[in-house]
Ligand binder design. Structure first.
Ligand SMILES: [Zn+2]
Length: 500
């Protein structure tokens, strides 16, 4: 028997259809060292992603690994048609060069959407399926924030998803997918998959899947691994800020040649998610002025004020100025430093000749987010001019450092506004350390993250205040006009019941 040939590919992007910042080819090229094709994927890339997991498992077997494409971009708005065609043609040309493949391990994010191709993940998996034919094996490794679609389901032999949020099992999920694929190719198992969509969307709970109802559910289906004939179940709580027809939480079950059991498990999991639909909805937030008043009363530091509506990790533009505008207006009420960050390439470029000590005026924010805010004019003294990279304290990416481009820190009374050339998760404590500020000694730290603040700030924060700001990732889902989502869906629609 000839040696098995297994293709591996990864495409990573979370597409927020409410964001005014589209995702272009350049965004893929500048993310974590850019797109890798062919053998470059197998070198020392420093990435702990699904590809690392695929290689770890397949490399230990007597198979030929055929590296295809690994591309990703920071979550943002819809992928442009040009970028989508570019990614598609990279995959097609690598497949053509690869020739016969017995199987493919593919890791699309699961919540990728492109102009004119709403389900871009399904589109790419279908290309992989067409290449290996119906006898080939395609195993899909997803981010659990995937919006699992019929097309993804039909093109995949099996799908598995991350079992953690924040995601700390990215490479292990790749490894699980590769083991599943090998067992199927070697005839040890006959994977069959069933899934059940739940008419429910919700923002990620504060603590991700580390506590509460989501943790109970994740623990439950993970324990099902031990049951006879179960290969693996997944729960995709989906990504709410995408206006696509198949939006919704999805339960997925893969068994060894037992379709009835797979459907029963998917339905059981789906029913359990539906039963906790109100427990997983977010707690009410407070206005920024109220948060500033509360911060002034709190006796310790740092007080974290976080704006989840502009979470970069969820595809928001990251330069929404609403939080900063309110913070500046109420800065006098705070006795101590207030830290803020905005990614703003034009502002940084405009200040490229500024020196430490200069007093400068510049419009900041509202350039990528042209939908939910406007630029804000600020005047401040330049405290520091430097550049990245910085340490990735949030562990939000799969590499140890984050590129920031040029960094400029402005002093506006007691506010320290750090501007970066590039959009980054967070911001991260390391960003402030880079400009000589000890972030944990500030009175107020403003962040733009719904969940990620926990990793670096929750343990040291005197209090975390969740601010209700306008933006592309507001937790008030009813504020958006969803045009394509199938109705009814909770919480956009309230008065209906549901059974699998
Ligand atoms: Zn995710």
């Amino acid at each position: 028997m000839p040696r098995l040939r297994i293709g591996i590919a990864r495409f990573w992007h979370e597409s927020n259809t409410f964001s005014s910042a589209p995702t272009c080819i350049e965004d893929f090229e500048k993310y974590q060292g850019g797109t890798l094709v062919g053998e470059a994927m197998l070198g020392d890339t420093g990435r702990r992603d699904e590809i690392a997991g695929f290689v770890e498992v397949l490399g230990a077997r007597d198979v030929e690994i055929v590296p295809l494409v690994s591309a990703g971009a920071l979550p943002s708005g819809l992928i442009t048609k040009r970028a989508a065609l570019h990614l598609e043609s990279e995959l097609r040309s690598q497949l053509e060069a690869a020739g016969r493949l017995d199987g493919i391990c593919i890791a699309p994010h699961g919540a990728m959407s492109a102009e004119e191709i709403a389900d871009f993940d399904g589109h790419l998996i279908q290309i992989a399926r067409d290449h290996v034919g119906i006898d080939g094996v395609v195993v899909t490794a997803l981010d659990c924030h995937a919006i699992a679609t019929r097309r993804m389901f039909e093109a995949s032999t099996a799908m598995v998803a991350y079992r953690t949020h924040p995601h700390v099992d990215v490479a292990p999920t790749g490894a699980r997918a590769a083991r599943l694929l090998m067992d199927a190719l070697e005839g040890k198992t006959r994977p069959v998959m069933r899934m059940r969509r739940v008419p429910l969307i919700f923002p990620p709970p504060d603590d991700g899947a580390n506590s509460g109802a989501l943790k109970e559910l994740f623990d439950l289906f993970t324990a099902w691994d031990e049951r006879e004939r179960v290969i693996g179940c997944s729960l995709c709580p989906a990504f709410a800020w995408q206006d696509v027809p198949e939006q919704g939480v999805c339960a997925i079950a893969v068994t060894d040649d037992d379709p009835d059991l797979a459907q029963q498990l998917a339905d059981d999991l789906a029913r359990r998610v539906w039963s906790v639909r109100d427990r997983v909805q977010p707690a009410p937030m407070i206005s920024v002025p109220d948060a500033m008043r509360r911060a002034a009363e709190i006796d310790g530091f740092p007080v974290v004020i976080t704006d989840s509506a502009d979470t970069v990790g969820g595809g928001a533009p990251g330069d929404n100025s609403a939080l900063l505008e309110d913070v500046l207006a109420h800065r006098a009420s705070i006795d101590g430093l207030i830290l803020a960050h905005l990614p703003d390439a034009p502002a940084v470029a405009a200040l490229c000749d500024a020196k430490v000590g200069d007093v400068v005026s510049v419009d900041v924010g509202g350039k990528r987010d042209t939908r939910f805010c406007n630029p804000v004019s600020v005047t401040g003294k330049v405290l520091c001019v430097t550049e990245g990279p910085i340490a990735d304290d949030f562990g939000a990416g799969t590499t140890p450092t984050t590129e920031t481009g040029p960094i400029i820190c402005l002093e506006i009374d007691n506010v320290r506004l750090v501007l970066t050339g590039r959009v980054i998760h967070g911001p991260q404590p390391s960003l402030y350390e880079k400009v000589g500020i000890e972030p944990f000694e500030a009175k107020v730290v403003t962040l733009k993250t719904g969940v990620g603040f926990r990793k670096a700030f929750a343990a040291v924060a005197a209090e975390v205040l969740r601010a209700d700001c306008p933006g592309a990732e507001s937790y008030e889902l009813t504020r958006y006009e969803f045009e394509h989502v199938q109705r009814p869906i909770h919480p956009l629609d309230q008065d209906f019941d549901w059974e699998p």
